[in-house]
Design a protein around this ligand. Structure first.
Ligand code: MTE
Ligand code: MOS
Length: 775
């Protein structure tokens, strides 16, 4: 079957018919919920008075932590995140009170009348401040291979450095939202925009002090998530459920954009210290790298994210002696959280900056130094944590991309352009991606499904994954249609529902289709194993001659037939009715767990990933050194998705991931004042990429002819890996800045490379040029 069909909701998205949580018709009883949050980064709550707020006509509830019937907790892994602040507040944006009222205006008015007395305390806002106070979130982590200190000592050349990487706001188009609808007794149904409905269910039950079998969480679709709804959507879900439980009415909480940006965590900023040792040829011999992340006020997923950063500090390169230290620092900021790549980008940028510097130090082309250091054949195929890089696909896209992008030719043209222009410069860079697929917490790699076949021959598929725009449901359509031999119009994908498929993992780590696709296939296999004997018996009963055997049966074109004797044929629908009359169950659950993955945190060794996804990009930029204005002139991408489950969807993920990465690398900058107030919390000051930021010439290709033996239908996960291809854009800008000094001096650079960072780098470089000439 041709799987290149558009997103299953594409038409609905465009016409506005797609139902998001905010579009749901509940009833006229529904109340509007509002979160009242801390204005202080760190303070003691001396006293509060909710009396005046509760008096406002139209107000149905004003709650503090004292009104929580269950456990005042919503930490996903570690129980260090109160549902509502108790005693102290630990960041600006931390929820302290909740209001439910008949309208948003009334809720706002009530919030204004809440009286709180805070005693401000000293706040820690940056990684540096946390380091100075030794304010660690937990124990330091380490992964090490070889003899690092000795190899560094013996290396002919060494470079040290420090790199800052910035936060990134998720900027999902649909802000955090949840509607909670109380039922009879303890029942609570919650419609949540959420990547992790099972965890929302658990936290809601815990906060309300009820059992999980009374809580049902449903997710139809999200208007974008990008990791921002992996844990933090649970907060809004729990708050709405708490208000619904108290008032006995449906309650909706939808965060305003500014509140969403102030309240929720971001991509972790990192402070990276490194030392790299290498020889004359540019071959890396040893690396010592320390990854320090800003965790914010609570643990959230910080350690899993740190771990993934550490697993990607090698990116695509074999480093025989490598020490990777990881630390999470606790600060008075909202708890930082999952964001596409999940620490991978921060890990990769550390080695990419090292390689770039090695090349500049040796006066060589960085693309060459990269290829020289790629993982290769034995013994250059073992990662610092001991996993072998199998089915390595780095050499293929490198060779092809250098050719198809006319890298050498364009390099000469760029040099020419730079020689002829004093203030305009161009730069170009290649960067690879090798991204490990699987949750690094091994037990999370499991999924379930429930497939129902109805007597009219239609199929309803339930699985534990959630749809956030990435096209998971579309891919599952393709899988279910292929496995049943049915046209897509016979199949419907249900909203994700904890009552249909329990105990699911978050849809994250790019493994949504790998895990849920397999679980759905498993359920369909079970159904086919029940239906086929009935069909075989029927054929052998009505036909004489050679007997049909189960292995002769094919399902295709909405038909079931014997492929040796095609006249023995029955429609899928007739077969279903026949099974029903024979009292055969037409509903099955499916299950999948990823085999053979493990990791020992103490030893820092194991096989955390089922396989790796590979990709490569070459980006060329134009830079105006007088303003810092830059533009991506051309990007060539070759990305490995195995046998694509849906090329149109995969292409969207590759292009979208790259552009979102460009945002992190260039214009997206979160700024805070010295009190911890986020200064840019709306689109007028926080700059995500827009139409003009798309490369003028964007040549994206899927690597064809390299099936992945490890995943459903030989496909590969694609959700996150392309994000990191954008490092080529960051490196290309650095290359253009470096051209200011004719590549004889190296610019100082951080991430994101905003216009300001670029201008400062250019000015600093010009200053050093003067000094160098004077000496
Ligand atoms: N694509 C869209 N359109 N919207 C999203 O929110 N999230 C990304 C990626 N692609 C996202 C997206 C993230 S962070 C992940 S982990 C994967 O999709 C999750 O979905 P998958 O596992 O089905 O690829
Ligand atoms: Mo994605 S950051 O794993 O939700």
């Amino acid at each position: 079957m041709d799987n290149n069909f558009p997103h299953e909701s594409a038409a609905k998205h465009v016409t506005g018919e797609a139902v998001f949580v905010d579009d749901m018709l509940i009833n006229e009883q529904m109340l509007c919920g509002r979160v009242v949050y801390s204005p202080h980064a760190h303070a003691r709550i001396k006293s509060f008075d909710l009396g005046a707020a509760r008096q406002v006509p139209g107000v149905h509830a004003v709650l503090s932590y004292q009104d929580i019937p269950g456990h005042n907790q919503m930490g996903p892994v570690v129980q260090d995140e109160p549902c509502l602040a108790e005693g102290e507040v630990h960041c600006i944006g931390q929820a302290v009170f909740l209001v439910a009222a008949e309208s948003g205006e009334i809720a706002f008015e009530a919030a204004r009348l809440i009286h709180v007395e805070y005693e401000p305390l000293e706040a820690i806002l940056t990684i540096e401040q946390a380091m100075a106070k030794n304010h660690l979130m937990g124990a330091e982590r380490k992964i090490e291979c070889g003899q690092v200190d000795q190899a560094l000592q013996e290396a002919p050349h060494r470079i040290r450095g420090r790199l800052h990487t910035g936060a990134q706001e998720h900027w999902y188009l649909e802000t955090q939202i949840s509607v909670a609808v109380p039922g009879e007794g303890d029942e609570m149904t919650v419609y949540s925009s959420n990547q992790h409905p099972s965890e929302a269910q658990a936290i809601i039950a815990d906060v309300l002090g009820i059992r999980r079998n009374d809580v049902r969480v449903e997710v139809r679709r999200m208007g974008g998530a990008f990791g921002g709804k992996e844990t933090q959507a649970n907060h809004v879900a729990a708050w709405s459920a708490l208000l619904a439980r108290t008032t006995g009415r449906p309650v909706k909480i939808r965060l305003f954009r500014d509140d969403d940006q102030i309240i929720t965590g971001k991509r972790h900023p990192f402070l990276i210290d490194y030392e790299v040792g290498f020889d004359e040829s540019g071959l890396i011999q040893a690396v010592h790298v320390e990854l320090n992340s800003n965790g914010g006020m609570a643990t959230d997923l910080s350690f899993a994210i740190l771990e993934r950063a550490m697993f990607h500090a090698d990116n695509a390169y074999f480093i025989p002696n490598m020490r990777i230290i990881g630390r999470v620092w606790k600060t008075n900021q909202p708890s930082n959280t999952a964001f596409r790549g999940f620490g991978g980008p921060q890990g990769m940028v550390s080695i990419e900056t090292m390689i770039d510097r090695v090349a500049r130090y040796l006066g060589r082309d960085a693309a060459e130094i990269r290829a020289l250091n790629f993982y290769g054949k034995e013994p250059r195929h073992i990662t610092p944590y001991g996993q072998a890089v199998e089915n390595n696909r780095l050499a293929i896209p490198h060779e092809r991309l250098i050719q198809s992008a006319e890298y050498q030719q364009r390099r000469r043209e760029i040099n020419q352009f730079n020689a002829e222009n004093e203030f305009y410069k161009k730069g170009m860079a290649l960067s690879p991606v090798k991204f490990g697929i699987s949750f690094t917490t091994s037990f999370l790699n499991q999924a379930g499904a429930l497939v129902n076949v109805y007597q009219d021959g239609t199929v309803l598929v339930n699985h534990g994954g959630t749809e956030m725009g990435q096209g998971l449901h579309t891919k599952i359509y393709g899988i279910a249609a292929d496995e049943f031999g049915l046209s897509a119009d016979r199949i419907r994908l249900n909203a994700t529902d904890t009552a249909k498929v329990p105990n699911t993992s978050a849809t994250a780590a790019s493994s949504g289709s790998d895990l849920n696709g397999m679980a759905v296939k498993n359920a369909i296999d079970i159904l086919k194993s029940r239906m086929i004997p009935v069909v075989v018996e029927h054929f052998n009963h009505i036909h004489t001659g050679n007997k049909t055997r189960p292995q002769d049966i094919r399902l295709h074109n909405n038909l079931i037939y014997d492929h040796h004797q095609p006249k023995r044929m029955i429609s899928f629908r007739e077969a279903v009715v026949m099974c029903y009359l024979k009292q055969i169950s037409l509903s099955a659950t499916g299950y999948y767990r990823t085999p053979d993955i493990h990791f020992d945190r103490e030893k820092g060794r194991g096989k955390p990933f089922h396989y790796y996804a590979f990709g490569m990009a070459i980006t060329e930029v134009f830079l105006d050194t007088l303003t810092g204005y830059h533009q991506i002139l051309r990007t060539d991408i070759l990305h490995d998705v195995g046998d694509s489950l849906n090329p149109a969807i995969d292409m969207g993920q590759i292009q979208g991931g790259y552009i979102q990465g460009v945002g992190w690398c260039t214009t997206e900058e979160c700024k805070w004042d010295e009190k911890g107030n986020l200064l840019n919390h709306s689109p007028d000051t926080y700059k995500i990429p827009s139409i003009q930021d798309i490369p003028k010439d964007f040549r994206c290709q899927i690597l064809e002819g390299y099936p992945n033996p490890k995943a459903i239908r030989k496909s590969k996960a694609v959700g996150e890996p392309p994000f990191m291809l954008a490092l080529s854009a960051w490196l290309a800008i650095k290359d253009a800045v470096s051209a200011v000094a004719d590549h004889r001096l190296e610019p100082h650079f951080s991430l994101p490379a905003t216009n300001e960072v670029i201008l400062l780098a250019v000015e600093e470089l010009r200053q050093r040029m003067k000094e160098t000439i004077l000496v």
